[in-house]
Design a protein around this ligand. Structure first.
Ligand code: 5GP
Ligand code: MN
Length: 339
């Protein structure tokens, strides 16, 4: 499907002495970090000079991915980030559909003079020089597997690269529970296994590294914070900054929490509303064909996928919780109109 564009990217990357920048989205998750790790390792192998940069920080729970500890952040290494953006010939945008998802890097990336290659699976992608965007795949990593195989041949993929690609597929599908009904996803995983994927190691790194404080935070949220809307099948979990502090919160500690209420049979939508220093962050999850990205986009400055979306609001936590309650009716009315 992408043969032609992959061929063009191959030609572009064949030029000698290239400088390449790789950028994931703000608050990088497993798919963003996994795709960046895999691509950087491949570029290392073929001798292309590259640098991974982030607008914030990659969470500690993803630091086991090869090359991820070498990323530079705009938060503490602004000068280097700007220098790289000035000298780079090619920029890879991974796991995001718009420069607006690059946080503080956005204004500098907008001035970037080289060519941009997007590999992503979110709806409504920006215009870029070379775009490989497909909302039907499980993850950016699945798509990246095809790009890497198309350009360099799949034999370039070793255990560390396979682990990074699989980490993205696994985390973006909730451990192959959602967004993973296409046979192609499993063909990619089968290839990765044949190429040396250490699946048990990846699972251990991603899912078997709880801390006591993380378990307690999850427990507190489920016991004391989770509420169910009176009129609509919506679960809401509001979390204050103070609670995060009490439970010694680290990036990644809330990963997966928002999915848990969906295991209640009658719940169709789960919303986690988390207070941050400068804003309130929302995470939406849904079952079946309920498009929570519509809700996030209409009222919460966000967007995302059908079953997993997010947004943010510059309002106090309680006001955002209230807004979710007040707009539920609008959202469920839209579903009726659509059906
Ligand atoms: P999460 O709940 O894991 O933060 O985000 C789930 C998905 O929603 C992400 O993969 C991303 O596609 C989307 N998303 C999260 N936050 C935002 C946001 O602020 N704006 C947009 N457009 N999409 C978001
Ligand atoms: Mn993704």
């Amino acid at each position: 499907m992408y043969e032609e564009i992959i061929e063009k990217i191959k030609e572009r990357l064949a030029v000698k002495n290239l400088n390449v920048v790789i950028i994931p989205h703000i608050s990088p998750d497993g798919d963003a970090a996994g795709s960046c790790s895999a691509l950087w390792q491949v570029l290392d192998k073929v001798g292309i000079n590259a640098q991974l940069m982030t607008c914030d920080y990659i969470p500690d729970y993803l630091k086991w991915l090869k090359r991820i500890p070498d990323a530079i952040s705009f938060q503490n290494r602004q000068k280097e980030c700007k220098q790289w953006l000035r000298k780079a010939d090619v920029l890879f945008m991974l796991d995001h559909n718009t420069i607006a998802r690059e946080g503080d890097l956005e204004p500098f990336v907008r001035e970037f003079k080289g060519e941009t290659i997007m590999i992503d699976h979110h709806p409504d992608p920006d215009e870029v020089t070379y775009r490989i965007s497909d909302t039907s795949v499980s993850s950016t990593c699945e798509l990246l597997y095809n790009v890497i195989s198309g350009i360099w041949g799949k034999e370039i993929i070793d255990t560390d690269i396979a682990n990074a690609i699989y980490a993205g597929i696994s985390t973006d599908t909730g451990g192959l529970s959602h967004n993973s009904s296409h046979p192609e996803t499993y063909r990619v995983i089968a290839d990765l296994l044949a190429l040396g994927l250490d699946k048990d190691y990846v699972h251990e790194q991603l899912y078997q590294r709880n801390t006591l404080s993380r378990l307690r935070l999850t427990g507190n949220c489920l016991l004391n914070k989770l509420t169910i809307d009176e009129h609509f099948p919506v679960a809401v979990i509001p979390i204050t900054l103070q609670e995060l502090d009490v439970y010694n919160y680290k990036d990644g500690d809330l990963e997966g929490l928002v999915n848990i209420p969906l295991s209640i049979e009658e719940i169709l939508v789960s919303v986690q509303i988390t207070e941050r220093k400068d804003k309130v962050k929302l995470s939406f999850r849904s079952k079946g064909n309920i498009p929570v990205n519509l809700w996030a986009k209409e009222y919460f400055n966000g967007g995302g996928h059908l079953n997993a979306a997010g947004g943010q609001m510059p309002l106090p936590l309680n006001d955002v919780v209230q807004k979710v309650r007040e707009t539920s009716e609008w959202f469920f009315k839209q579903l009726k109109i659509e059906n």
